[in-house]
Design a protein around this ligand. Structure first.
Ligand code: A3D
Length: 321
């Protein structure tokens, strides 16, 4: 093999996406178009990961990227991945809550994570499958990985929804709206308008409380709004959020982003995965960033954590099959 090729294979990162459905396919495309990592896509559906990766591969001359893309029904090709993004599982249909997916997706996550750990013991797991917080906790328990290396994607999505709605309402650039949504990825998520800024200025300077409350409610119902419109879960924004996490990890950017991680006393919460700001870098969720919350915000975060805990308890109580 020529030296130039060897150099390329040995310095490139490798990202695996499990599940070649809507989010998995969109994730693979976004990552391939970034061009910094080789991408492996795994799904149980015969031909689907192979077909989707071939389709994306055939777009690379047009987007100007040299990427190795592989679709597979097995895990051998995933060996030595730096990051594994897990999207395998059933999504919501109209009328369903995320929690309704618990038992089916538990079995899927358990099987997937066992394989991932076997082939990529040093990887960082990004979990997307719902119910997100419980699935992240299960992935952590099954993997035996340190908590820094199992991270749920939810806060970035919930936050980008809120940022979008605020920017639309004000007619300003989405780039100038910064926000933070904490808590579990469900009806009890905790958007924090108090910490939301527009060009560095507090949101309360731009919008009256009733309008802010309307946008907060739309954010909380954001996933359901899309399921209601198109009959299946969102995937463009979720895949963009996962790709942003991959960027932060691969390039060791030390970004401060809301992610779902295991809390060990931070924010007064113990033993459960919940969305909080973390420092995201090559080591994964390297640090949980704590900030002082008002008593109302803190109560809302604790309520949200309690709802996650209840779901995790249901998961743990389920008889082994
Ligand atoms: P979908 O398009 O149905 O894709 C799921 C894929 O998983 C399918 O191609 C299945 O064949 C595959 N799959 C099922 N079992 C396995 C297995 N054991 N191994 C490998 N692949 C398997 O769904 P989607 O992409 O729209 O959603 C995927 C998951 O993400 C669902 O659980 C959604 O609820 C969840 N989701 C999460 C968010 C968050 O923000 C956290 C947002 C939107 C959707």
């Amino acid at each position: 093999m020529p030296l130039s090729k060897l150099w390329r294979w040995h310095t490139r990162s490798k990202i695996t996406v499990i599940g070649a459905g809507n989010i998995g396919g969109s994730c693979a495309q976004r990552l391939a178009e970034r061009g910094y990592a080789d991408v492996v896509v795994v799904d149980i559906a015969k031909g689907v990961p192979q077909g989707k990766t071939l389709d994306i591969l055939e777009s690379t001359p047009l987007v100007g990227r040299d990427v190795r893309l592989v679709g597979s029904n097995g895990y051998e090709e995933t060996a030595g991945s730096d990051i594994v993004i897990i999207t395998a599982g059933i999504p919501r249909r109209p009328g369903m809550r995320r929690d309704d997916l618990l038992f089916t997706n538990m079995d899927i996550i358990k099987g997937v994570v066992e394989q991932v750990v076997h082939y990529s013991p040093q990887s960082i797991l990004i979990i997307i499958t719902n119910p997100l917080d419980a699935m992240a906790q299960l992935a952590w328990e099954v993997s035996g990985f340190p908590r820094q290396r199992v991270i749920g994607m939810s806060g970035i999505l919930d936050t980008t929804r809120f940022r979008t709605f605020v920017a639309q309402e004000l007619g300003v650039s989405v780039e100038d709206v910064q926000a933070l949504v904490l808590g579990g990825h469900g009806d009890q998520m905790v958007p924090l308008p108090r910490l939301t800024t527009v060009g560095g200025l507090p949101l309360s300077q731009f919008l009256p409380p009733e309008t802010i409350q309307r946008l907060v409610k739309r954010t909380i119902d954001g996933g359901g709004e899309i399921v209601g419109l198109m009959g299946s879960s969102a995937y463009f924004a979720p895949s963009a959020a996962a790709a942003q996490m991959a960027d932060a990890i691969i390039f060791d950017k030390k970004r401060i982003l809301p992610c779902c991680v295991y809390l060990d006393g931070e924010y007064g919460i113990n033993g459960v995965f919940v969305g909080v700001p973390v420092k995201l870098g090559r080591g994964g969720a390297e640090e949980v960033i704590e900030t002082e919350l008002t008593p109302e915000e803190s109560q809302a975060l604790h309520r949200s954590a309690a709802a996650v805990k209840e779901l995790v308890d249901t998961m743990h109580r389920r008889p082994k099959t």
